[in-house]
Ligand binder design. Structure first.
Ligand SMILES: [Zn+2]
Ligand SMILES: [Zn+2]
Length: 145
């Protein structure tokens, strides 16, 4: 029996499936990933292009020359803007799936982090912060007025 992993964007317009075992994931701290995710870093799961299929909807794409000098094409939902896939013409056999778009993100296995020279200090969450298992419902003294 083949393993099939499914995922999609926030609004549900784009749905995809991946056939076969998922590859390892890498955190990327580069400035482009920071901007495109709006967060500290991106987490991409490496997959073979021929194992990924978009089953509904279609993606828009934006291509930019990265700091590596390679072209990177970032694909996203045209309706809700969720980042979904990253591709590089230098490595056309691979596609990186944004880890958080998988229906079962607990299957993601990070194996490394890249561009750590550009990591922002707040990317290291550390252990000392107050942890909320779910949302934070009450105001705290540090909140802006
Ligand atoms: Zn969407
Ligand atoms: Zn990056």
């Amino acid at each position: 029996m083949k393993d099939t992993f499914t995922g999609g964007c926030l609004c549900g317009y784009v749905r995809y499936e991946h056939i076969g075992a998922l590859g390892g994931a890498n955190y990327c701290h580069c400035p482009d990933c920071r901007r495109t995710t709006g967060s500290a870093f991106s987490l991409g799961v490496r997959a073979r292009v021929d194992s990924l299929r978009i089953v509904s909807g279609q993606v828009n794409a934006y291509t930019k020359i990265a700091d590596s000098g390679n072209e990177i094409t970032r694909q996203f939902c045209p309706e809700c803007g969720s980042p979904l896939f990253t591709r590089s013409p230098a490595h056309p056999e691979f596609v990186y799936i944004k880890a958080g778009t998988l229906d079962d993100p607990t299957l993601v296995h990070p194996i490394c982090q890249i561009w750590t020279a550009m990591r922002v200090p707040w990317a290291d969450i550390g252990q000392g912060l107050t942890a909320y298992p779910r949302g934070r419902l009450t105001r705290s003294p540090e909140d802006p007025k």
